[in-house]
Write a protein that binds this ligand. Structure first.
Ligand SMILES: [Zn+2]
Length: 259
C-alpha cells in the first residue's frame, strides 16, 4: 500500500519550480532532500539495490514539503523544457528484472566486479547473444554499466546532477532524463549503457567511446540483435550524443504468421 499520494500535474506550472535556475528557497529544499536521502541511499548504492528503489522508499524519510518538491519534479514535462524527449510513463506493475552476472577484467588481468545491474530477461538474453557474437568476431565484449533504473532512482540521480549544471533543470535535462522519460526505467524499450573491458564508458568524453572498435562493431551489427543507438550526434531531441547508450526493441513477429 502506498504511503503517499502524488500531486496532480494538471496545473501545468511544473509545481512552481523555476526551471531555468532553482530559486533560493528551492535550492534550500534540494539541499535538505539530498542531505536526508544521502545517508539512507548510500548503503543501497554500495550494495547495488538503489537502482531498484521504489517511490515509497524514496519518499519515506522525507518531510511533507520535501515530498511536494519531489512531486513537482515528477510533474515536469521534458517537452516544456525545450526537449522532444519522449515521455514513456511508468509501468503500473513493478517490472520483472533479473541480475546481470558480470565481471570486468582490467588490462592488468585483475578481475574487478562491476556493481550489480538488472535487465528484463529477454533483454539480457539478447545482450548475451550479441556479446557472444562480438567476442567471436572482434575478440572483445562490452559490459553493462547501467541497465534498469527505477523511475524513483532516476529522480534521485537527476536531483544529484543539478549541481553540475548550475541548478538549471532545463540544462540538466540535456544530460539526465527526468523520471518517466528514461529508457533505463522503461523495460519495453530497455536501455543499456555499455562500458568496455578497459573501463572506457565515454562519460565526459563521448569521442573516446565513439573511437572504440566495439562501437564500430555495434554500429554494424547491433540491429541484428534488436539494439539501437538512441541518441546519435545532433539528434532531434536536443539530448547530448551518447554513443554508449543503446536500447532494445523486441523483434516484430513476421506478418501473417498468426493465422
Ligand atoms: Zn543511458
Amino acid at each position: 500500500m502506498s504511503v503517499w499520494t502524488p500531486l496532480s500535474s494538471a496545473n501545468g506550472l511544473a509545481g512552481g519550480l523555476n526551471t531555468e535556475r532553482l530559486d533560493p528557497e528551492q535550492l534550500q529544499t534540494l539541499h535538505d532532500v539530498l542531505q536526508t536521502l544521502k545517508p539512507v541511499l548510500e548503503p543501497q548504492q554500495q550494495n547495488g539495490t538503489a537502482i531498484l528503489l521504489t517511490w515509497d522508499q524514496l519518499y519515506a524519510p522525507l518531510a511533507a514539503p520535501q515530498r511536494a518538491f519531489l512531486d513537482a519534479f515528477r510533474s515536469l514535462d521534458a517537452q516544456a523544457l525545450g526537449s522532444t524527449a519522449h515521455h514513456f510513463g511508468e509501468l503500473t506493475a513493478a517490472p520483472e528484472v533479473v541480475p546481470v552476472g558480470q565481471q570486468m577484467l582490467h588490462q592488468d588481468q585483475v578481475s574487478q566486479p562491476l556493481p550489480p545491474q538488472y535487465l528484463p530477461r529477454d533483454v539480457l538474453q539478447a545482450y548475451s547473444s550479441m556479446m557472444d557474437a562480438m567476442q567471436q568476431q572482434l575478440g572483445k565484449r562490452l559490459y553493462v554499466e547501467s541497465g534498469y533504473r527505477s523511475p524513483a532512482y532516476q529522480l534521485y540521480l537527476f536531483l544529484g546532477y543539478l549541481s553540475n549544471h548550475d541548478y538549471s533543470i532545463r540544462e540538466t535535462n540535456r544530460y539526465v532524463a527526468l523520471p518517466g522519460h528514461s529508457e533505463h526505467g522503461y523495460p519495453p524499450r530497455q536501455a543499456i549503457d555499455f562500458i568496455n573491458q578497459q573501463g572506457i564508458s565515454g562519460e565526459n568524453h563521448p569521442e573516446e567511446f565513439e573511437a572504440l572498435p566495439e562501437y564500430g562493431w555495434l554500429q554494424q551489427h547491433a540491429r541484428d540483435f534488436g539494439f539501437f543507438l538512441s541518441y546519435p550526434r545532433n539528434n532531434a531531441s536536443n539530448t547530448a550524443f551518447e554513443p554508449w547508450h543503446w536500447h532494445y526493441e523486441p523483434p516484430q513477429e513476421p506478418p501473417g504468421r498468426r493465422q
